[in-house]
Ligand binder design. Structure first.
Ligand SMILES: Nc1nc2c([nH]c(=O)n2[C@@H]2O[C@H](COP(=O)(O)OP(=O)(O)OP(=O)(O)O)[C@@H](O)[C@H]2O)c(=O)[nH]1
Length: 335
């Protein structure tokens, strides 16, 4: 490659992201519309949410309405933002701005010869999609809030009751994080919590130091069918995804850690702290811009953590986060 071509390629990669508006359209049965990118186009053959580039002077809503009219032959009504994913492909950067379309008129057809498919939510994973779409599918399917428990302390009954109250209040994904609990007490707590969380359809992940070290935690995960949430240093010590029947997640603070989590096939990561937080007083806050800069380098769903409240979900989604992970804000309902 000549110097001029290299310079040209570099300038395209570092150039401002291309703003792309895409829509989640549902039919009467709740199935979601995917369109197949035709031959000769970038990322040809992959399935995507219909939409296209936002032209100068257009709002994302106007761009989406135009693209769906031109490409699929429908007229859309109001939209609700779902997630805006910054993603860096090797040759270009995009901001994939995805909204849920509340209503539309007309029958969807592939007006540019593209194949269309109405896909049940749980079948989305069976369709090969561009990397930027992975966080979009996660935003559709996985919880927006991730509760990380505070240290249980001596009164385990009150702890368990507060946790179950949070789950009854809508939390669907929980990490039991306890550093000071002995192995037997940890096992008894997991045995007590797991059936009740299953009944509420809430997922339980065990923090990587529950019951001692990672091996002890993995034994508890296997015994009770729980997911694993590895610490960043545990993540970096792993050379393959742990054998689990449940989700595998990790805390990440750097791009290396996020890349490693993705390479091991983690289901999601947690990154932060976004804002100052008393539980990690010495950690330097990342801020949203740095979060988005990390986010665009990996396709993993990532929860933002640190000093966040429930009301921060919208800003988290604007920066491509799966949602917010929190201790205080989700534990007692106050921050
Ligand atoms: N509409 C849409 N585009 C997506 C999705 N995911 C994703 O990475 N993209 C990328 O966002 C850009 C959308 O622009 P476009 O649909 O107008 O693309 P295009 O074929 O006109 O241009 P291009 O092929 O030169 O990139 C493409 O580069 C596409 O690869 C998605 O779910 N929906």
């Amino acid at each position: 490659m000549t110097a001029a071509r290299i310079a040209n390629r570099e300038s395209r990669i570092t150039a401002a992201p291309i703003h792309v508006a895409a829509g989640i359209l549902k039919d009467a049965r709740g199935r979601i519309l995917l369109a197949r990118r035709g031959d000769g186009r970038d990322l040809a053959g992959l399935w995507e949410f219909p939409g296209g580039k936002v032209e100068p002077g257009e709002t994302p809503h106007e761009a989406l309405a135009r693209e769906l009219r031109e490409e699929v032959g429908i007229e859309i009504g109001a939209i609700d933002p779902l997630i805006a994913v910054p993603h860096a492909y090797p040759h270009k950067r995009i901001l994939l701005d995805v909204s849920c379309v509340r209503s539309f008129t007309g029958r969807a057809r592939g007006l540019e010869g593209q194949a269309l498919a109405w896909v049940p939510r749980e079948r989305l994973h069976a369709y090969a999609m561009p990397a930027a779409d992975r966080p979009v599918v996660a935003a559709l399917l996985q919880p927006a809030e991730y509760l990380i428990t505070p240290e249980p302390g001596p009164d385990l009954d009150t702890f368990a009751n507060t946790l179950l109250a949070a789950v009854r209040g809508g939390v669907r994904r929980v990490q039991l994080r306890a550093l000071a609990l002995g192995a037997d007490a940890a096992a008894a707590l997991v045995a007590a919590l797991k059936p009740q969380l299953r009944e509420q359809r809430a997922e339980l992940l065990l923090g990587g130091r529950l019951g001692g070290d990672l091996d002890a935690t993995l034994a508890l995960c296997a015994a009770y069918g729980c997911g694993l949430h590895a610490t960043a240093s545990q993540l970096m010590s792993l050379t393959r995804r742990p054998a689990l029947d449940a989700v595998f997640a990790a805390s990440c603070h750097t791009l290396d850690e996020l890349h490693h989590a993705q390479a091991l096939g983690a289901d999601f990561a947690v990154a932060g702290p976004i804002a100052p937080t008393p539980t990690h007083a010495d950690a330097r806050p990342l801020g949203w811009a740095a979060f988005a800069a990390l986010r665009e380098q990996v396709a993993l769903p990532i929860y933002a953590l640190g000093g966040l409240r429930r009301e921060d979900l919208a800003i988290a989604r604007e920066h491509g986060a799966q949602g917010i992970a929190a201790i205080r804000a989700l534990w007692s309902g106050d921050a």
